[in-house]
Design a protein around this ligand. Sequence first.
Ligand code: ZN
Length: 267
Amino acid sequence: MGRLDKDQDLLQGILEVCRKYSVRCAEIRALGALREVEIAVYDQRRKDYLTSKKFAGDLEILNATGNVSERDGDLFCHLHVTLSRDTDNGLEVLGGHLVSGKVFACEFTLSTCDDLILRRLPDKATGLALWGDAIQLQEEPGQESEGESWQDVLSQAVEPDGAEQPSSEPEESEREAAPPDPEELQPDEAAQDLGAEWPEPEVGDWVLHPKFGRCVVERVEEGAYIQVRLPNRRLVRLGLEVVKLKLVGYEADRQVFEAILPRPGRP
Ligand code: ZN
């Protein structure tokens, strides 16, 4: 639970809190008051938002409900608000999909899901970016860990100034590296298929890490390790023999990698 400061943007303020505390999936509830608001309504037939409407004044937040998940490799906050204001005809209630909101005062609650990432993908039927991928970050209860566990993977993300922790040698794959259809690859199988489509990361590139979020590469150590800056500003070191980096795109001439971790419990 927490509060936002006067004149902060409601959506950006929530996202800042999430980045600071490495929250990647959460339910949001909030109340308070806004000074200005921009809300939109979705036109289901045209599959587009109608022109948003702006209001200013003393706007009570009767309720704000929403969530935090991922979209286009970044955190995304989806929030709907119900507001009230005093008019000559008495109290008026308005609400909708929040585009922006200038806070007067706001108290919020974030119920976080630390073991889950929900990723928004384009949905043809609605035209919206809906949850398309759900990524479980922890071992299922009762499952015996035989290989790399998430705890092992995380323990290798050591602080650069800390003691060196060598990464374990990966098992040599006996399989012939036939080029399979990348669409059909499971992440851990894709990680074993190290070919030309796995270029080296460079300083300034982005790494989308399932646990740490969107990180920026700050140092490359001879292909064996990279140092990345987490959204919460912490610097961690990743062993590239454990964490595979798959190129998924470019952003302003920088490579964007998806970090693929070994599946928990696999031999
Ligand atoms: Zn909405």
